[in-house]
Design a protein around this ligand. Sequence first.
Ligand code: FES
Length: 96
Amino acid sequence: MPRVHFERENRTVQARVGENLWRLARKHDIKLSSGLRKWLHCRGRGFCGGCRVRIDGDAAATNERWTWEELRFADTDVRLACQCEVRGDLKVTTQP
Ligand code: FES
């Protein structure tokens, strides 16, 4: 089982292979957004950007970015948690 370490919260949780990172964070009560974005978000549809996270680790430990993510976060290690599948061990920084 992959292990996901949330740097800012200093918590490590286990995930199922293919588990959605946004859902995993919510399941473990890890906040991905602050302020109004806690309530005003697209509920994991990939449009609002409120679930941005920085991912450290092997690129193969997640699925590939989809087009919108690629355009928006080119040349960075930022992902939308709601569009990210856990496939291996990850280090995640919330609210980068
Ligand atoms: S929750 Fe809106 S982009 Fe992820």
